[in-house]
Design a protein around this ligand. Structure first.
Ligand SMILES: [Zn+2]
Length: 356
C-alpha cells in the first residue's frame, strides 16, 4: 500500500510513510499499528502535520531543569526559558511543560509544534516511558498525556536522539546523511539521525551502545570493570568506561584521590602523570567504543556532546586510535564537537518537527 492510502494519517517520529494496518482507540487517542512499529497521536480529525505552523517549540526535560525554546522556520531563536523540574511528581511535570509552551506562545504571539526530549524513551510496545533515570516518568503514557493537555500532537524522543537531530540539522553534522551523536557526561547516551530525523528503532533503543560491554578489553579494563556494576544491571558496560564519571573513577583508582573531571584536566595541562595515564586509558577506551560503532553503523560523522566532549585533545588522538579497531584498518570518519553545546537537546526537540 502506498503513502496516502491509509485511512488516517498521523505524523510522528516513527512516520516514514509506511502504511497503517489497524486502528485501535486507547485513552481517547489512537494507536496506529503498522509494520514493525506503533505510533500514538491525537484524534483522527486533528491535522497532525506541521503544515500551517511556522514556529517550533522544543522542550528539554531534564532531571533538575526543564527548558523551552521557540525556533523560527529558519532556526532562529525566538524565545527561551527554564524552570525547575518538579521532581518525583508526574502531573506537576506535565503542568510545568504546558506552562512553558503557553509562555512561549504568549511571548511570540504564535502557536507552534511541540517536541520534547526526555532522559529515556517511549516503548514502541506499550507506548509508555522506559529507561528514564528521571524515574517518575517510567511507565507513564507521557506523549499521550501531554498531547491531551496541549490539545495537539506532541513528538517525544530520547535526549541523545535530540542531540543527533540538532547537530544534523544545523550543527556539527549538517550535510551528513548518517549522524551518530554521543553524550559523554555523567553517563553515556547516544543517538542516530538519518537525513536529519530520529532513528529510534523498533525497540526504541537505537544508539544505546553505552550498555554494550566495552569491546577489546585489556588487563587494565578488566581491573577497572571489577570495581563497579552498571545501574542497568549489566557488567562491564561501555558507559562505565567512557562517561565523565568513569574518567573520574579511573583517576581515583590510580591515586586514591576523589577529583572532579575539570580538575583532572587542569592537572593534565601541568604534566601530572596520573592524569596523563587516565587520559591515555580514556582515549583508548573511547576509540574501542567508537570503533565498534564504525564497524556496525559506519556513520558519516560522529558528534560528541557532554562534559568530556570539551577535552580538545580527544579530537587529535582518538581518530587514529579508532583506525586499528576498524575492520580493514581504514577509518576517516570525522569526529566533531557538538556546535550547539548545552542547547543541542532543546533545539533537537524543536526539530523533531522537520522543515516541511
Ligand atoms: Zn549498563
Amino acid at each position: 500500500m502506498m503513502r496516502g492510502h491509509c485511512a488516517v494519517r498521523i505524523a510522528s517520529r516513527y512516520d516514514n510513510g509506511s502504511c497503517c494496518v489497524a486502528l485501535m482507540p486507547s485513552r481517547g487517542n489512537l494507536i496506529v499499528r503498522r509494520t514493525g512499529c506503533i505510533i500514538r497521536g491525537m484524534k483522527a480529525e486533528r491535522k497532525s502535520t506541521a503544515e500551517g505552523d511556522s514556529m517550533r517549540i522544543g522542550i528539554d526535560l531534564g532531571g533538575t531543569k526543564i527548558e523551552v525554546i521557540a525556533l523560527s522556520n529558519e532556526g532562529q531563536e525566538l524565545f527561551r526559558k527554564r524552570t525547575d523540574t518538579p521532581r518525583f511528581d508526574y502531573q506537576q511535570t506535565l503542568q510545568a511543560i504546558a506552562g512553558l509552551v503557553h509562555d512561549a506562545e504568549a511571548a511570540t504571539g504564535e502557536t507552534g509544534t511541540v517536541g520534547v526530549g526526555i532522559p529515556g524513551t517511549l516503548s514502541p510496545v506499550t507506548g509508555r516511558v522506559k529507561n528514564a533515570n528521571s524515574v517518575w516518568l517510567n511507565g507513564q503514557p507521557f506523549d499521550a498525556d501531554l498531547s491531551a493537555l496541549l490539545q495537539r500532537e506532541v513528538r517525544v524522543a530520547n535526549d541523545a536522539n535530540c542531540l543527533a537531530v540538532s547537530e544534523a540539522v544545523d550543527g556539527a553534522g549538517a550535510g551528513f546523511p548518517v549522524v551518530f551523536a554521543v553524550i559523554i557526561g555523567t553517563g553515556c547516551g547516544a543517538g542516530i539521525a538519518l537525513n536529519g530525523q530520529v532513528h529510534s528503532g523498533g525497540n526504541g533503543v537505537a544508539g544505546e551502545w553505552g550498555h554494550n560491554p566495552l569491546p577489546w578489553q585489556d588487563e587494565a579494563d578488566r581491573l577497572f570493570k571489577g570495581m563497579a556494576d552498571c545501574y542497568c544491571g549489566k557488567h562491564g558496560c561501555t558507559e562505565l568506561f567512557i562517561s565523565g564519571t568513569g574518567f573520574m573513577a579511573d583517576y581515583t583508582a590510580l591515586t586514591g584521590e576523589v577529583c572532579k573531571g575539570a580538575e583532572i584536566i587542569r592537572r593534565l595541562s601541568q604534566g601530572d602523570l596520573p592524569a596523563e595515564q587516565v587520559m591515555v586509558n580514556y582515549e583508548q577506551r573511547l576509540a574501542k567504543a567508537l570503533g565498534q560503532v564504525v564497524n556496525m553503523l559506519d556513520p558519516d560523522v560522529i558528534v560528541l556532546g557532554g562534559g568530556m566532549s570539551n577535552v580538545d585533545r580527544l579530537y587529535q588522538t582518538v581518530p587514529s586510535l579508532i583506525r586499528s579497531r576498524v575492520f580493514g584498518g581504514e577509518c576517516d570518519t570525522p569526529i566533531r564537537k557538538a556546535v550547539h553545546g548545552d542547547s543541542s537537546g532543546v533545539r533537537g526537540a524543536a526539530w523533531l518537527w522537520p522543515k516541511a
